[in-house]
Design a protein around this ligand. Sequence first.
Ligand SMILES: Nc1ncnc2c1ncn2[C@@H]1O[C@H](COP(=O)(O)OP(=O)(O)OP(=O)(O)O)[C@@H](O)[C@H]1O
Ligand SMILES: [Mg+2]
Length: 1015
Amino acid sequence: MDLAAALGPERLSEVMGELFNRCGSVTQRYGGTVQQFTGDGIMALFGAPISLEDHAIRACVAALEIQKEAVTLADEMKRRDGMEIALRVGLNSGDVVFGQIGSGSESYTAFGTHVGMAQRMESVAPAGGVMISESTVRLVEHIAVLDDPSLVNIKNAPEPVYARRLRGMLASRTAIGRRESTLVGRDDEMDSITRILHNGLDGQGSVVGVVGPAGIGKSRFCRELLRIAQSSGMATFCTSCESHTSEVPFGVVSRLLRDVLQISDDEQEAGGAALRARFGEADPEDVVLLEDLLGIRDAAVASPNVSAEARRRRLAGLIGTPAMSPDQPTVYVVEDVHWIDAASEAMLADLLTNVSLTQAMVVITYRPEYAGLLLQVPAIQGIKLEPLDDSAAWEMTAELIGPHPSMHELAANIIERSAGNPFYVQEIIREFAERKVIVGERGAYRRQLEIADISVPPTLQATIGARIDRLTPPAKRTVYAAAIIGSRFGIDLLNVVLGDAENADRAELAELVHCELIDQVMFTPRAEYAFRHPLVRTVAYESQLKTARAQLHRRLAAALEDPNAAAADEIAAVIAGHLEAAGDIRGAFSWHMRAGNWFTNRDINVARNSWRRAQDLADKLSVEDSDRRWMRIAPRALLCGSTWRAGGSVADTGFDELRALCTRPEDQVALAMGMAGFLSQLAIRARVREASQLASEYIELIDSIGEPDLTVGMLYPAIHVKYEAGEMADVERLAQRVIDLARGDPKRGNFLTGSPLAFATAMRASARCALGKAKWREDFDQAVETSRVDATTYVSMVMFKYMLGIPSGALRPDAEAQRETEEAMQIAKRCSEDFALHSAQLARGLVLVSVENSHREQGFELLEKARSAAIGERFNLTTVLTIDAVTAAERARRGDLDGAIELARRVIAEQFESGAARDLGPATSVLVESLLRRRRAPDIDEARSAIETLAAVPTDPGFVFHELPLLRMRALLASADGDAERYRTYADRYRVTAQSLQFDDHLASVRRLAAPADP
Ligand SMILES: Nc1ncnc2c1ncn2[C@@H]1O[C@H](COP(=O)(O)OP(=O)(O)OP(=O)(O)O)[C@@H](O)[C@H]1O
Ligand SMILES: [Mg+2]
């Protein structure tokens, strides 16, 4: 069948590209070089330009391996395109002419009759088979498994020739394949991990962390694991984090998912279609989020406007669906998480905690300095790789150097020096070989006695450094330039950094590949290379002079900064990093600030990282520099202003330092910005009294700036603080100011919150309700209506309504309450930051637990989620008191009076301590009622004094949130005292007040109160 016609040109080139890349890396793995890509094939050469004694054997092993790769690819194609493909491979051995024809960088090639014969062998090979000519047979027959010879006719030859089909090789692959030495030691570790792996085969998921210093063998260990997994029929995926992309959000997760979903870099359209087919059942908007993450969203489709946290939640949901779980047990390896970007880290931690890992084993590797989130994943099992013991180190050394007697002394040297680090062992031997201290080849070296200096560089790094030093000058220049770019690099950027565009000579790259410092990892459509080992890059980077390095960084940054590059915002942090390394402080500062701005509403934590970097840079400027002041102030104001969103302690705001810096009139706005964040932070850490005092100073500051828009946008933290403190007359007055200034525009001044007007309206509603004034219901309805400008604002307004209305008894958990809180919950899950999600949990929870039905349990679960977020500094700590007061009431309801009393006492004490006053009424009610029900000796007295304590709290005139419960409690107390007349007086006043206020829940409670307590 004609492949081109069946697949269409795009898919065809994609398939061919993939095939070529896989063939290319196999070829390279066995020391061959890819000579050229013909339209539908590739030609590879073993033994030239670098001579290899066992070239024929390597070629055979590579050919068999290529067939294996082709089979996997064919399987994929069959599944995806419904097409069968097969590959033919032909081999021939003999002298070739190898050289440069013409000019230009890609002109090295081989030609001659033997090249032609290889092509003939290919043409007579069976589909899926490898055919080798007589000349190759002679070189490999001692270890090859071959079919009987057959006579084949080939083009342009007068007579048929003999050829044999290659079936397999007898020798083990590691003996001939280049590089990988036999795995030594690690028996115990291998045992543990295979045991875990086998549990995975039985359906039990696991997360394993493999830790050890650089070069100790983490990657090698994982390769062994992957091999075992594959041979047990498991699917495997592997990806690594890289030091230079630790600033690129979602880099790692995106790469891993692309692998899993089989989406290649150049496959936007097809990728999107494949995703939609796969996730046919899912919410289409969720699929767009996934496309966004993978970088294949169609530009015509808008990215949904949802917060980073909602994105993470929804993606986790999507990834947890059956469409994502492979139908076979799978191993995922994520290497080097000490370099993971913050966004991937958070998402991965989330996935590992929340997605059921049946049939999946996830392995992460890291160096000991890593202490991040992933280590907190529940049930993670650790495997620590220690240095190899002496016998394993000997075994490894012996395999690499061979048995020649002249090597004994060196071997002892190597073992001692390397201290059990296998990479060090390898590098010392390479270093000796390059220095010609030893000659021969791997497994068969001899000492060159004329060279007396057998000293070993003192560290692994120094050994690699010595090897780099010995490169030819052009190769050294190239490896230095590459180290600037990153662990993976393409020719284009390399040319830019080298500063001589068009000129990268493949010969230098070939030298680096030959020395095993780099590998070619992609062959088509563009050549790409990667450092062999992360340490090689580190050493190549660090051994350059700072000034020289700076120049290279500057060139690279200049290329990336190109104004035509649309991606500049996304990679702003990377550019900033290069400019920083180039010593360009101002340049780096503004790119960090730009990165921060771009991320403010995408991922606040990433944004804050950028601001922190900017802040550190500004601090480095000379004291004389006239820009230093504002450059130090700007990032600090942003950091201080956003701490409450990111979570953290009051000290994390850095407010004192900011205040000390802002000494001039022109600094007032920055100071106000920071102070706004600081106030919010104080309030949500429940330091309400302190916050309320500072709020007055803050309001003065805002007034002194005297900008109406700014006033509308920035009064909210002051109002919020007063609200937490229960100073409702102030709340009403300030809210009214904002409402007047906003002149009906929900978006006016919305630079810090979604709708200052909606917020002010909800606050006026709260104040009016607490002060027993009219129209608070209308205000709440109006606030909820106005808040529909964005998801988070809506959720917050619903929270304000029910957080105040339910505990105070002003509102009933009626149908409207059910509907609004349920909707808030759904919206928050889909769109909001975690903070808003917790607000929704609080509101929904409060409503659910106030109704006598089967959903109460669920309500308490929601409250517990919000509560633990608050305790963990990720949500408003004052809500803990609200929730605890409700919990105390629940204990009383279930008859656990001791528990209720104990908790209610604590809530009251904490409110007096912090100055948070919202829940004093409800908490005192629970305490008093429980005490009166328990009636141990001192209980009645304690109830009496709790009532007096509440009554003595100074409040604004008309503050019914205390007055109303007080009337009720006094009635109950009178009844306990047996004073019928006093009882009737208070019960009547309670009823009249509740009726006049139309507080729904109190009206219900009036009816309950009257009947049984009547003496
Ligand atoms: N047990 C072993 N037996 C034989 N060779 C090993 C063993 N462990 C590691 N090696 C070899 O040592 C070299 C360094 O190992 P590897 O790359 O796995 O280190 P690593 O711990 O991943 O280091 P890094 O933290 O820098 O990534 C590799 O060439 C690897 O093949
Ligand atoms: Mg590694």
